[in-house]
Ligand binder design. Structure first.
Ligand code: ANZ
Ligand code: ZN
Length: 882
């Protein structure tokens, strides 16, 4: 293996739901094509897959139907594996893993314990999203914009529970900084890098202290976080989050406040509602400018997040859009001081009426004359000075905040990796000793049927255990881990999946410490990738893994593929989705049978309720896996939405048909008998026009295809069209008119280039040609063990062919007078005398064959009576003398 380049190509693994969907088909096609290509190039490729096998559906099946989740999952895996194979994929099945198998989750538990020992796994009381139907805690991302559970659709409640967290925030700097590596050295799409950056959300600004006074004149300092201290002169109000301590304190004594707070769950995320509190605020600027501040109103409102910054904001309506929107609903007739203006303003507003200010100026600029001695300074400097001056009085300090929160990993469910912790009344929280791993899930009996809550809580035999420290009676932790924990490290397990002892280390020294090419849906652009990056960084800090480039990043290159949308047909009058049999397809346009009107046709995410889903297995049966693979690649660029249109597969089938005919013609002709045909033996200077054209075409195609498969993966669709073009070119000349070596070289190159996309088809064609070739009936070697056709011609050969293809203009003279011109092939440098003569004859024949040639050389003059034919300057001029 030494000297051989190794590469690790990985598609995101699937949840074993029981059947593949079109999205799977797309990911696996892309990764399989790339893996096969790399293998043909001679790389040592790891292309594994497995199963993200924990999660709610299995548990729900158990609750609804009394089936053991393990059995349910295994059955689904068996079905899906068969489907994957029917797609003609080539996976390293030896490395297959399943996150629900104890031999896998043993290591998930061991990673948990490592985190726990480092203080990076901890328990804390947390206000959590609770799904009252599924009776489980949900991650924020599992709550939709209407406050409903992504799974059950129930209205999510907020309750306080003791939960397990991973301290991902301890790695926030590295997670942010290494994005640089991913976009500059590795190759991640900009879009994904930006999403990661925004999610981590570092904001640089300041904490500023305002004084809030109640009606009795009692004052309390309140801090706000701002990224724009330069706008401090423009503050018109303060808004506190609805859980701010001061708001809680005022709730019992302020009429209407508690009612407002109780409406909390009903506010839309962009709600501009607010409640004015019986408080007023003093701008700390008065302390440094010596002027007295207006008494500013104070509100509580849902737009201020409780767990961001200080849970309090200074409202600057002129320069912040949310503040302006809020202020407009609260104060209809207030002046809005403009304190920052673009540096090159046409007109300087300073104090506009709120009604005249359509939108906030949120950019940086120069401070206006409303800003005392800071007037004229630019935003950045002004902000820094204001903070510096306030800081001297203890009223402000530079500060940064991060949006990233610690990762809540506990789930009150059965079908997940058990958290390897034991609770002892005398020793507290105790780790399960490494030697006792895995903590296996107990078997569920059918009594689980119809139950709610966490089944583990009810299995006393399992819950009651011995404390590893004091041997006293203790209880197991019954929370299991979020499935994102399993997928945060699974890609490392493939490297050494049968190693019982080490989770992954032994291979990470063989140049395969991380994934070279990770292919998956863009819907995982944020969380899965962030969690995986975090765990990899943690394992790296433990000295366990390394990517060989000195960066603790697990995925060097990311191919984020777009979704597959289905053709969705609905009734324009009622909006109802229509079934295929409700549509009349005859005629130019489809019509609705019931109404005779044309339906609305859109492309949308496939779903049962829209009748727009497509079953991969049915498709494979109908069209064959290879045609489907080629169609998937051809139908859209990798990163874009693929609009599933089966009618277009016919085009691919026709292409295959043409290739097949070429192969048959070749097998039937003498080209099939050419064995070791290599272009180095071809004298390109002496090829016929047809040979030259197809050889050059095949050569150029091999260059672009190689480039696409290795670098421009996002344009895999163009690879298919390039191959179709080459096929058409070969067809146009026809195998019969090509010399046997040329036919053999170009057609086998075409097959090799098709092989990663259409493996079975290419192999079959290959066999057909090579069985003819073999003399002693030897079996043909697989097309996949042949070499990749990156360069069909040498540089010189290419040059020769190119130059002869650039046409030269030849001026035709009759008795010294220019009569017409024709295009001829230019001479090759260093041509032999023989070839020169051949070429001159060729040119003369070409001239005679034109209409003008006939006119001047046979009608107006008698060809037979010519005196001389002079070919001047390599054919730039030809003079016929009569
Ligand atoms: C005053 C101001 C003036 C602001 C201005 C912006 C523009 P990012 O960049 O996302 O970090 N903010 C602070 N804490 C908040 C909270 N808990 N909930 C909602 N909004 C909060 O945003 C920082 C800005 O978001 C802060 O800067 C603050 O508004 C607001 F012309 O302060 B700014
Ligand atoms: Zn104990």
């Amino acid at each position: 293996m030494q000297g051989q380049q190794s590469s690790y190509v990985l598609p995101m693994f699937a949840y074993p739901s029981g059947s593949l969907h079109m999205g799977h088909l797309r990911v696996y096609t892309i990764s399989d094509v790339l893996a096969r290509y790399r293998r043909m190039k001679g790389e040592h490729v790891l292309h594994p897959t497995g199963w993200d096998a924990f999660g709610l559906p299995a548990e729900n099946a158990a609750i609804e139907r009394g089936i053991d989740p393990a059995v349910w999952t295994q059955e689904n895996i068996t079905k899906m594996k068969a489907q994957l194979k029917s797609m003609n994929t080539q996976f390293d099945w030896d490395a297959e893993i399943s996150t629900c198998s104890p031999s896998f989750y043993k290591h998930t538990q061991s990673i948990f314990l490592r985190l726990y020992q480092r203080g990076l796994a901890y328990q804390a009381e947390a206000l959590v999203n609770y799904d009252p139907v599924d009776k489980t805690v949900l991650a924020n991302e599992q709550v939709d914009s209407n406050g409903r559970s992504w799974r059950s659709g129930a209205l999510v409640q907020q309750i306080t529970l003791r939960q397990w967290f991973f301290r991902i925030t301890a790695f926030k700097e590295a997670l942010l900084e290494d994005l640089w590596y991913l976009s500059e050295v590795g190759e991640w799409p900009d879009r994904v890098v930006t999403q990661q950056r925004n999610w981590i959300g570092r904001s640089v600004g300041a904490r500023i202290q305002f004084t809030l006074a109640d009606r009795e004149g009692q004052s309390t300092p309140v801090r706000v976080f701002t990224t724009r201290p330069d706008t401090l002169f423009g503050v018109k109000f303060i808004t506190l989050s609805m859980t701010h301590p001061l708001v809680k304190q005022l709730a019992p004594t302020t009429p209407g406040l508690q009612e407002f707070l109780d409406r909390r769950a009903s506010f839309a995320p962009d709600s501009k509602e607010g409640f004015e509190l019986p408080l007023s605020a003093i701008n700390p600027l008065s302390e440094i400018t010596g002027t007295s501040s207006d008494m500013l109103p104070v509100f509580t409102a849902p737009y201020v997040l409780e767990n961001y910054g200080e849970g309090a904001v200074m409202g600057v309506p002129a320069h912040d859009s949310r503040d302006l929107g809020f202020w407009k609903t609260q104060r209809k007739l207030a002046p809005v001081p403009i304190v920052v203006t673009p540096t090159n303003p046409k007109e300087r507003h300073t104090n506009l009426h709120i009604a005249d200010l359509p939108s906030a100026y949120t950019g940086h600029g120069a401070l206006t004359e409303l800003c005392g001695h800071y007037s004229g300074l630019l935003s950045e400097e002004a902000g820094a000075r204001i903070i510096q001056d306030l800081n001297k009085k203890g009223l402000a300090e530079p500060f940064e905040t991060w949006k990233l929160r610690d990762w809540l990993i506990s789930r009150q469910r059965y079908w997940g990796t058990p958290i390897p912790i034991i609770h002892c009344s005398s020793c507290g929280t105790v780790s399960v000793p490494e030697k006792d791993l895995p903590v296996e899930l107990p078997k569920l009996d059918s009594s689980i049927r119809g139950q709610t809550g966490n089944p583990l809580d009810k299995i006393d035999d399992w819950v009651n255990c011995q404390c590893p420290k004091c041997s006293g009676p203790a209880k197991r932790e019954t929370d299991t881990m979020d499935t994102f924990v399993d997928s945060s490290w699974y890609f490392m397990r493939f490297l050494d999946s049968s190693n019982e002892v080490e989770p992954f280390s032994s291979k990470s020294t063989e140049g395969m410490g991380s994934v070279d090419l990770y292919v998956g849906g863009v819907e995982h652009a944020i969380l899965h990738l962030l969690y995986a990056r975090f765990i990899y960084k943690f394992l790296n800090s433990e000295g366990l893994v390394s990517n060989g480039e000195g960066y603790a990043e697990p995925f060097r290159r990311l191919i984020a593929q777009g979704m597959v949308h289905g053709k969705t047909v609905s009734d324009p009058d009622t909006g109802r989705f229509l079934l295929p049999h409700e549509i009349e397809l005859g005629g130019d346009l489809p019509t609705i049978k019931a109404t005779g009107k044309p339906p609305n046709v859109t492309w949308e995410k496939m779903s049962k309720s829209k009748y727009n889903g497509v079953d991969p297995s049915t498709c494979i049966e109908k069209y064959g896996a290879d045609a489907l693979r080629a169609h998937i690649l051809f139908a859209a660029p990798v990163s874009e939405v693929l609009q599933w249109d089966e009618e277009k597969i016919v085009g691919i089938q026709r292409w295959f048909g043409r290739v097949h005919r070429l192969v048959n013609d070749l097998a039937a002709s003498s080209g099939g008998l050419v064995s070791a045909s290599s272009t180095s033996e071809v004298d390109v200077g002496n090829l016929s026009e047809a040979d030259a054209t197809v050889l050059l075409h095949a050569h150029c195609t091999s260059k672009t295809i190689t480039e696409t498969f290795s670098e421009n993966v996002y344009s895999l669709n163009t690879a298919i069209s390039d191959l179709i073009k080459l096929t058409n070119a070969l067809h146009e000349s026809g195998v019969q008119s090509l010399s046997p070596p040329t036919a053999h070289i170009t057609i086998t190159a075409l097959l090799k280039m098709m092989a990663p996309v259409a493996p079975a088809f290419a192999e079959e064609c290959w066999e057909r040609i090579n069985l003819c070739t073999s003399t002693e009936g030897r079996t043909a070697e697989s097309i996949f063990s042949t070499s990749w056709p990156s360069d069909i011609l040498s540089d010189e050969q290419e040059e020769t062919l190119r130059s002869r293809r650039q046409a030269m203009v030849c001026a035709v003279q009759i008795n010294g007078k220019l009569r017409f011109t024709i295009n001829v092939r230019p001479p090759t440098t260093g041509e032999s005398e023989d070839n020169k003569a051949k070429r001159e004859a060729e040119i003369i024949n070409a001239i005679r064959a034109t209409a003008e040639g006939r006119l001047w050389l046979t009608e107006k003059n008698d060809w037979e009576k010519r005196k001389r034919v002079v070919v001047v300057r390599d054919g730039k001029v030809v003079n016929f003398v009569f």
